[in-house]
Design a protein around this ligand. Structure first.
Ligand SMILES: Cc1cc2nc3c(=O)[nH]c(=O)nc-3n(C[C@H](O)[C@H](O)[C@H](O)COP(=O)(O)O)c2cc1C
Length: 200
């Protein structure tokens, strides 16, 4: 490991690089308001997605993002869609209003999987998840909060269409970015012994 990192003393007394200490404090937050990442910061957040491990270099993630007043234009397009007028879809109008207009910056996430002899679809999905996680971590390191939320039901399909994703794309939800009114405390995390054991 490089010796160039500045070090802090962790709660258990071990010395950890400051970046790792920060990473261990990441948590999701909702609702999110301003400030949102600025253009340069958001570029860095997107670039972090490209650091995901990617078997065969397929770049299987696809994102579109919306912010400011355009969020309301998008919402209107989704809610006024003919497929959004069924009784079932209407029960989701309120939920999608919150999903699309609460955070100041909303990244719509999708996977575009390809046939590949060495990189099956599930690996490409894992790559997409890693890409989004890298963005959550990058946002956190910049001092922002994120919240990954789902896009269930017919309105999710409409959103996919309205945003201009391709038919083959699979929606992976929304990555909301911004700042909570109050910084939430990090919840206790499951201890590593629960999910990792040394084989001896
Ligand atoms: C793909 C995906 C979709 C999610 N969708 C939702 C959602 O729609 N609503 C929700 O309350 N949490 C959802 N979550 C969970 C939150 O993003 C978040 O991880 C959870 O509240 C725990 O917070 P933490 O990230 O600080 O551990 C989703 C997580 C993932 C990975």
């Amino acid at each position: 490991m490089s010796s160039n990192h500045s070090h802090l003393v962790s709660s258990e007394g071990a010395s950890l690089p400051e970046g790792l200490e920060q990473l261990l404090q990441r948590r999701s937050a909702w609702p999110l308001g301003l400030p949102a990442p600025n253009g340069q910061e958001f570029s860095a957040i997107l670039q972090a997605a490209a650091c995901a491990p990617d078997h065969a270099g397929l770049t299987p993630w696809r994102f579109k993002f919306v912010r400011g007043g355009q969020r309301h234009v998008l919402l209107e397009r989704v809610l006024s869609h003919s497929d959004a007028q069924t009784d079932e879809a209407k029960t989701m109008h309120g939920k999608y209003t919150a999903k699309l207009t609460t955070a100041p910056l909303v990244v719509v996430l999708a996977a575009r999987l390809k046939e590949h002899p060495k990189a099956p679809g599930f690996e490409q999905m894992l790559t997409c998840g890693a890409a989004v996680m890298n963005m959550l971590n990058a946002a956190h390191l910049l001092g922002y909060h994120g919240f990954w939320s789902s896009t269930p039901g017919a309105l999710g399909d409409i959103l996919k269409d309205v945003m201009g994703f391709e038919e083959q794309d699979q929606m992976l939800g929304l990555l909301n970015l911004g700042t909570p009114a109050h910084t939430p405390t990090t919840p206790p995390r499951v201890s590593a012994e629960v999910f990792a054991q040394e084989w001896v």
